[in-house]
Write a protein that binds this ligand. Sequence first.
Ligand code: FEO
Ligand code: CA
Ligand code: CA
Ligand code: CA
Length: 676
Amino acid sequence: MNRKDIINDSEFGNKAEAFEAFDDIPTNPNLSRTIGDVINRRYGRRDVMRGILGVSATTALFGTSAIIAPKQASAAAAGRYNFDELAWGNDETHHIAEGYNADILLRWGDPITADAPEFDVMNQTAEAQLKQFGYNNDYVGFTALNDEGTSGLLCVNHEYTNEEVMFPEIGRQDRDGFASMTKELVEIEMAAHGGTVVEIAQGTDGKWSLVRDSRYNRRITPLNTEMTLSGPAAGHDRLKTNDDPDGMSVMGTINNCAGGMTPWGTYLMAEENFHGYFWTDNVDADGKAVMDSGNPESTSYGRYGVPGSWYAWGKYYDRWNVDKEPNMPNKYGWVVEVDPRNPDATPVKHTALGRFRHEGAETTVSKDGHLVVYSGDDNRFDYQYKYVSGGTITDETAVFNSPLFSDGTLYVARFDEDGTVAWLPLVHGQGPLTEENGFRSQADVMIDTRIAADLLGATPMDRPEDAQPGPDGTAYIMLTNNTRRTAEEVNAANPRPESSFGHIIEIKEDGEDHAATSGTWSILVKCGDPAIEEVGAQWNPETSENGWFGSPDNCAIDAEGRLWISTDQGSSWGKTGKSDGLYGLETTGDLRGTSRLFFRCPVGGELCGPYFHDSGETLFLAVQHPGTDGTKDFKGFERNSTFEDPATRWPDFDPAMPPRPSVVVVTKQGGGRIAV
Ligand code: FEO
Ligand code: CA
Ligand code: CA
Ligand code: CA
């Protein structure tokens, strides 16, 4: 099957699913499989399963017990999470545990500045979108503006766009050669990407609302937000482009997935699937990119999957076209820092944190005061990283664009069979990172982080999503799934072949110090239905049928030090029958490995955030792409969503409005700390 067929395969209900399929093409040269092997395995197996009288892939694989006849609910022991567990399911709306409110705070298109026009879905413009809340909200962070924390700045990433449910009458454009994607629509897409900073306030009734006339409110986009660069790669020849002969600036940011807040309240946006935005006009008859063999970036492109051609932006803008701007992809795939308190501050891309498909960028402070940032590279068989600053946090360094973001060391993880983890430094001149292997400077090491990590022998993981540092030198790593790992490729830290449901690793850094270069690791849970032996799940037996989940993605630690996990099963939610949701997961004591369901998404949505207010009384959640993923498995609907015909119209349920990605605020009815 060639690339055109992958795009055109009706299997993929939306761009997210297609992105995921493209990720099946292994770019990690440590693996010996060919692209043909991978695609044959995937589609060969699916075709067999489809042939079973239309029985879904799930039932063919695992039987029907999990889907049709769930075992009797049993209340899991409460442990540290005090709430009545929600019942699992999947329907057109969201659900929260009894006794809690889950209110819609911001929806795609909501005007966020005093002069913004009201949302008119049938007459969208880029100009309006630049003053309205963007699409597909992923990361959510908050920094307080007053001592009580009742006023503050909400920072939200807008990861990508789904044209088939955003715009009338065009359907999926990546299947159709982008025939209907005009320059105007492309500019609306660009304006709907990036991020949003808005002031929000909590009323005396406990409800949060947007402060629409706040001077802090702004959009950050790939269309019109200038950025600068810091660190080893800033100013390097490989970052020089026609519009930036100094290699020191870049227009905007793309595919901002998760992120983090620094200890001093600035906002980190992680650039994830940046490769998908780059375009080439040089394609063969199968639609496959033909790279100019003289292009010095060819090897790098290959390892990063550039150009992906998942958006038509390169048809209208030279900067997204690698034929015209071969160095431009080197300006994306970084962690961006934004100062939410200063709307005039130019965001900065910190190249010392490496270039890869950054899922997130969660920070903590080491015992000696170093800044530590954990970040996974979300691709099958890619790696887990952490960055440790050289200097320590002082009044002078706890500032936006701190030198702590340029003076440090990036490490990649090797998870050994004996339960230890070694953090391997990516430093030019050390070990194999020398000129004879193509690294002429630290800039090369940072631009080609993946290639450097390959040479160091890092452990290829099952798609590292969010990574959350916790108390006492712990860190939790979400490995979301990897259906392409073979039995020969399993290792102790990625123990299941063809893993549809993922697992979570707990790291304990040596000396309980997040700056340590070694530690120990263990598997906290292996996800999936524990009632189905073939799944090989591993939960505390106290976990109820509501509590187990598949495909952990984002995570957070609340004010009580408890771990919360949100899931993203993508088009595969039919394998569990459950919507994506938020779960409290015990990490200590006899109940370690017990999970409980607190919130669930409307059909086709992925749950992002989560972010707990310091008070522990407010929880921010983000529901992205409602109504899109896997809707062929949604009973009674069983087709792909379009603007005119979506699986749900959450959260408005207005026949004139498509589903809208939205931020949800959770509070306890009558007030008080959540789940306490
Ligand atoms: Fe954007 Fe890896 O999730
Ligand atoms: Ca994610
Ligand atoms: Ca997180
Ligand atoms: Ca995901």
